[in-house]
Design a protein around this ligand. Structure first.
Ligand SMILES: Cc1cc2nc3c(=O)[nH]c(=O)nc-3n(C[C@H](O)[C@H](O)[C@H](O)COP(=O)(O)OP(=O)(O)OC[C@H]3O[C@@H](n4cnc5c(N)ncnc54)[C@H](O)[C@@H]3O)c2cc1C
Length: 327
């Protein structure tokens, strides 16, 4: 049986061939993935991963694609779009167990209706819970890793073995600024986050909503709209704090002059553009796809931005976003 027939026999409904990835990322670039599957349940994810392992093709799991740039040449394997959606609150412990495909924004609003506080500083960050854990997403000096108790992972089997579902404590992830052990693993066929246990705290709904609105307004005033992948580069982490673990209360607040956005602005990056992509006039660390940019335009523009900061500040910026596929 060929690969396509095998995948169809295993995944049936939800499997598509030759899917354009541009339609599944917030940057709106990217070529064709050989196979694309919408996983509605954890069992769907397990089936998809095992099928890819069986026929030895690469797989990658995708949330809403808000932190990835797919190549114009697409992805030579199976893209698994995560649409899992269960949430269970354990009120006596102020905890929630949530599927990795749940949209972060929805989770935060569900927490408000259960009078559970903690994640409101993330309100407005696009994406799924799984994507947020993978990259330790955060804002305003806080990050999701600070709230994680444990994670259920699907670990791919080696040498033709099936994948295994295993639980890991938060410490396993080595959460630090926009970095986790999972993100640091090379290549494709990485473990998949299936669900997450998050520790929250009881609070009054009005108080949670008040905080949530503060973050929401701050975001609306500072962040550009349009097709983007959010902040393109990470802020350079001060020496000695590269692997600051969870509970980052001791992480020094970066002075404004040390942020990627400030350095990009001061090195003239706001003037840069390439093909249909340009640096946002509102925030120099955002690349906006204004006119049907290619992934290649985005990558070339990112190189120009990195060069401009290197030339002026002698600092080499590192991407926060990830490049996926064949480049
Ligand atoms: C306008 C805008 C504003 C943003 N603001 C912020 C911000 O303030 N702070 C911030 O941290 N980020 C921000 N981002 C970036 C982005 O929203 C986050 O990184 C988000 O957490 C990505 O989630 P996602 O579901 O879209 O992941 P995707 O982009 O789909 O995937 C990102 C990576 O995570 C992996 N992944 C996804 N799900 C899983 C899973 N279940 N198991 C294992 N790996 C998985 C993918 O394989 C990929 O490598 C912003 C983006 C945009 C477009």
């Amino acid at each position: 049986m060929d690969k396509s027939s095998f995948l169809k026999s295993q995944l049936e409904e939800g499997l598509r061939e030759h899917e354009v990835m541009r339609d599944h990322t917030t940057m709106h670039v990217g070529g064709v993935a050989d196979f694309y599957f919408e996983a509605k349940t954890t069992d769907d994810i397990i089936k998809a991963v095992d099928a890819a392992l069986e026929i030895q093709i690469p797989y990658v799991i995708l949330g809403i694609g808000s932190n990835v740039i797919f190549s114009d040449f697409g992805f030579p394997g199976l893209v698994i779009r995560n649409l899992t959606s269960n949430t269970a609150f354990m009120m006596e412990k102020s905890q929630v167990i949530v599927d990795s495909g749940v949209i972060l924004q929805k989770l935060i609003l569900d927490c408000v209706s259960h009078s559970l506080a903690g994640l409101e500083f993330m309100f407005g960050i696009p994406g799924t819970v799984g994507g947020a854990i993978y990259g330790d997403a955060g804002a305003n000096g806080q990050a999701i890793g600070d709230y994680v108790k444990s994670v259920t992972l699907l670990v791919p089997g080696e040498d033709g073995e099936k994948s295994k579902v295993e639980q890991y404590p938060a410490e396993w992830f080595e959460f630090s600024y926009r970095k986790t052990k999972l993100k640091a693993m090379a290549g494709y066929n990485k473990p998949v986050i299936l669900s997450v246990k998050i520790q929250l705290a009881q609070s009054r709904q009005e108080e949670i909503m008040r905080r949530l609105n503060v973050w929401k307004n701050k975001r609306m005033n500072n962040y550009p709209t349009g097709f983007s992948a959010g902040s393109f580069f990470k802020n350079p982490v001060p020496a000695g704090f590269e692997s600051m673990p969870t509970g980052r209360k001791n992480m020094p607040q970066l002075p404004k002059e040390r942020t990627a956005g400030y350095m990009l602005e001061k090195s003239g990056a706001k003037k840069l553009h390439q093909g249909g992509a340009r640096v946002s006039a509102k925030h120099a660390n955002f690349i906006i796809n204004t006119e049907d940019a290619k992934a290649d335009d985005i990558r070339k523009l990112a190189e120009q931005m990195r060069d401009s900061v290197r030339n002026k500040f002698d600092i080499t910026l590192e991407e926060e976003v990830e490049y996926v596929g064949q480049w």
